[in-house]
Design a protein around this ligand. Structure first.
Ligand code: SF4
Length: 370
């Protein structure tokens, strides 16, 4: 029976149809796995077998997916009882730490809009000098679960280390936040350019409502003045272990209760308006970045980033970057680096051959409008 179950790779077989049959199958597989691990742990088993990488992987995956019970329980509606519990989705570890495939322990699962994939993410950095070829200066590969904002500082560190720091680092919204704006400037004298996260809160969407930027912040007094002219109580610092400190500025309940413009300010039936403030350097950097991005000059400066979309497209269409040819992060990174080298070589040859850079294609219909 056991041979029948495992003679084929899992991707070559078919899973049973229906929830009950599948749950039963999952329990059986769980029991088989635990049985195997128990045999490996027995004193009569040669020790080197326990040290095999595949055994360690099996141990981790089984701990993530199953629980060994002391008392057998009825299985999910299927016949029989099982001393193994197949964990529910909510009990699984975070995507960043969960092993998704025994064949590639670095690969992680990610969903981004309509796209789902198992593997990695690559971040290219390239020059964007209008009169020179756009050359890739850095390639950063991460497991798919790593957020873009976690890469910005690492990319800048690497560029500085190679003595290639840009004056301006133009990035999309995922790579920018208040802390990174300050960090780039302070650590490397790099101006991080991009659209910061839009302001939060319903007040930003309702015309006439009092959004965050209509409040005056007095950093010396540590108070905020609202558009109605009332001052908040002195703010209090809040600390969160995972991030920088922030400040909570509360207005007085009696001020807000008597305010004729309350409906433009807060939707809380009883509580007064409350503002969350970042440390001063971050707050001001964010305000400046938002203001700059809203100007025509800011938009023009940001438009230079568009070239990287062509590079990503080229790496996907011409070099198959959507598929990793190798297993593991180091080799996948090597694939990405070689792709970047190939793209650079093609661009340098085109430069010497005086081949003009491709421009964004326009449909015949859109050309008529121009
Ligand atoms: S509701 Fe409170 S914070 Fe808002 S404008 Fe009125 S007094 Fe100021």
């Amino acid at each position: 029976m056991t041979y029948d179950r495992y003679q084929h790779r899992s991707d070559q077989g078919r899973f049973p149809k229906g929830h009950e049959a599948r749950a039963h199958y999952a329990h059986t597989v769980g029991e088989d796995g635990f049985y195997l691990l128990e045999q490996l742990a027995a004193p009569t088993t040669p020790a080197h077998l326990r040290e095999l990488a595949s055994v360690k992987t099996l141990t981790v995956i089984w701990a993530q997916q199953y629980e060994r019970l002391t008392e057998p329980l009825p299985t999910d509606g299927a016949a029989g009882r099982s001393a193994v519990r197949w964990k529910e989705l909510k009990e699984l570890p975070r995507a960043a730490t969960q092993l998704e495939s025994p064949y590639d322990l670095d690969a992680r699962y990610r969903t981004k809009q309509a796209l789902h994939w198992l593997g990695y993410l690559v971040h290219y950095t390239e020059t964007c000098d209008r009169h020179k070829p756009a050359l890739i200066t850095h390639v950063h590969t991460t497991p798919a679960t790593v957020h873009d904002s976690q890469c910005t500082a690492l990319i800048q560190d690497a560029l500085v280390q190679r003595q290639l720091p840009p004056r301006e680092h133009i990035v999309d919204a995922g790579y920018i936040d208040a802390e990174l704006l300050v960090h780039s400037r302070r650590e490397h004298a790099i101006t991080l350019v991009g659209p910061p996260r839009p302001k939060a809160g319903w007040q930003t969407k309702v015309p006439g409502a009092y959004s965050h930027d209509q409040f005056f912040v007095d950093w010396e007094r540590q108070q905020v003045r609202c558009p109605g002219g009332k001052w908040s109580l002195p703010w209090r610092e809040r600390r969160d272990p995972s991030r920088d400190p922030w400040f909570a500025a509360h207005f007085r309940t009696q001020d807000c209760a008597a305010c004729p413009a309350r409906h433009l300010c807060t939707r809380s039936p009883h509580q007064a308006r409350f503002l969350k403030l970042l440390p001063r350097a971050q707050h001001e950097a964010l305000q400046t970045a938002r203001a700059t991005q809203a100007t025509a000059a800011g938009q023009k400066r940001y438009a230079r980033r568009a070239g990287i979309e062509g590079t990503i497209s080229q790496s996907v269409r011409a070099f198959g970057a959507r598929r990793s040819r190798y297993r593991g992060l180091p080799k996948t990174h090597l694939q990405h680096v070689l792709t970047a080298v190939a793209i650079n070589v093609r661009r340098i040859i085109a430069w010497f051959d005086k081949v003009p850079k491709a421009t964004t294609r326009t449909s015949h219909f859109a050309a008529l409008a121009a």
